[in-house]
Design a protein around this ligand. Structure first.
Ligand SMILES: Nc1ncnc2c1ncn2[C@@H]1O[C@H](COP(=O)(O)OP(=O)(O)OP(=O)(O)O)[C@@H](O)[C@H]1O
Ligand SMILES: [Mg+2]
Length: 404
């Protein structure tokens, strides 16, 4: 798929901007703080309904304004679609597809994009929550059903936690809370087991492309791996003497996953009532990332960590391009080339340039691989100051054709 046109109104530092993109390689150039990441974020927001920088929408709306609009014209082969999102400070966000009102979540089904950004290093270095976000953003891009399950699970979890906290503070009778929790547990298990199952399928599908992606960047076999550490398995493991790391290759039915989740919740219920929070479920899971059979975090060099993270994103791009009807996802590389040495810049360029559309941002034009043609958009202080399309040279053969 391709982004043809992006309009921003009162989004971050953009009062009003029209950005025209081309198929193939696009470069967004602007000095620090001019609004490059804001463009990347706006596109990713349409694709996942989340920002990679903040968890509250308020900062997305231009300071002093009440609402922002992100409008995007997309092309999938011959078909075009117009996506529009209105972010409102005081009320619910609104979405339109081809000028018809839709649920915001429906936008994510039409646009598929993968962001590569310096913040991705946190997938390795950060807390488990960053790894869960990586997995969940991938699920949202992949399966509309999973996107629904994630949103519902988060809602049920919040309500269940509120109830556990209330119980802790008011000390209602254990019998009454037990009956209530049984009802909540069923809903948590219903949504949670869908998430667990989709995450396992994702991890399995990422495995080979991760190895290929890493090899394409580094040209060495450091055996990059990704596995799931599930809190349900960890909890059950205490009695079964297994670790929480899941062998995703083993096919497991949704019923089994649900049954195990239920068992784990039963095991921790006493502790949950004491602590006043939900202690087991996909919200406590983690991904185990390794190179050369050692954790990437704490062992791998800076360059190896970068290569691992880029390979993970390349792997995701490859999975999305094979399994979504929209075709290739749009790849967005925010300030990534500047972080790499010359060799890896060229290798990354080679790994992404076969995709239908790539949007690269950079503060310094010389940081992107040289000797290639770029559709260039220049921005300054939230304004587009120039759009320089790639000039296609007419070949001598073509001109002689027209003469005939
Ligand atoms: N809600 C908002 N209202 C107005 N301005 C905002 C808002 N949110 C962010 N900004 C401004 O947007 C600018 C940052 O834009 P962005 O992060 O896209 O920069 P960038 O071009 O990616 O810079 P860098 O090269 O440093 O990464 C900052 O100047 C910031 O003050
Ligand atoms: Mg930036």
């Amino acid at each position: 798929m391709q982004v043809r046109h992006l309009s921003l109104a009162n989004y971050r530092n953009y009062a009003h901007a029209e950005l025209v993109f081309a198929p193939g390689m696009n470069m967004l150039v602007g000095r620090n703080g001019q609004g490059k990441t804001n463009v990347a974020e706006a596109l990713m927001y349409l694709a996942t309904l989340r920002s990679h920088r903040i968890s509250q929408d308020a900062a997305l709306i231009k300071a002093g304004e009440d609402s922002a609009i992100v409008r995007c014209r997309l092309a999938q082969g011959e078909r075009e679609a117009l996506l529009e999102l209105q972010l409102n400070r005081g009320s619910a966000n609104k979405a339109l597809i081809n000028r018809h009102s839709v649920k915001t979540r429906e936008l994510t089904q039409l646009i598929s994009a993968v962001l590569f950004a310096p913040e991705d290093l946190m997938i390795v270095r950060g807390e488990p929550a960053t790894r869960r976000s990586f997995l969940d953003d991938a699920l949202i891009s992949r399966h509309p059903v999973a996107a629904g399950a994630i949103a519902d699970y988060e809602k049920i979890l919040r309500q269940r936690n509120t109830m556990l906290r209330d119980f802790k503070h008011t000390g209602r009778s254990a019998n009454s809370i037990d009956t209530l929790l049984d009802v909540w547990d069923e809903q948590l298990v219903e949504m949670g087991s869908q998430i667990i199952r989709h995450r396992r399928m994702l991890i399995e599908d990422l495995r080979d492309p991760l190895i290929q992606g890493y090899f394409s960047l580094v040209d060495q076999d450091h055996q990059p791996t990704i596995a799931l550490m599930e809190s349900v398995q960890e909890t059950l493991g205490v009695s079964r003497e297994t670790s929480g790391v899941v062998d995703v290759g083993a096919s497991v039915s949704r019923e089994t996953i649900a049954e195990e989740f239920r068992d784990a919740l039963r095991l921790v219920r006493g502790r949950e009532l004491e602590r006043g929070q939900t202690l087991v479920g996909p919200h406590r899971d983690d991904a185990v990332l390794q190179l050369k059979s050692l954790p990437v975090k704490g062992y791998a060099s800076h360059g190896e960590t970068w290569s691992y993270v880029l390979s993970l994103k390349l792997a995701l791009a490859s999975v999305l391009s094979t399994d979504t009807v929209e075709g290739d996802p749009v790849l967005i590389l925010d300030d990534v080339f500047a972080e790499l040495d010359l060799g890896r810049r060229e290798r990354l360029y080679a790994a992404v340039s076969g995709y239908e559309q790539v949007i690269v941002t950079t503060a310094v034009e010389g940081d992107v691989p040289q000797g290639h043609e770029w559709h260039t958009i220049r921005i300054e202080a939230g304004e587009v100051v120039a759009i320089e399309p790639v000039v296609t040279q007419e070949t001598p053969d073509q001109s002689s054709d027209t003469d005939e």
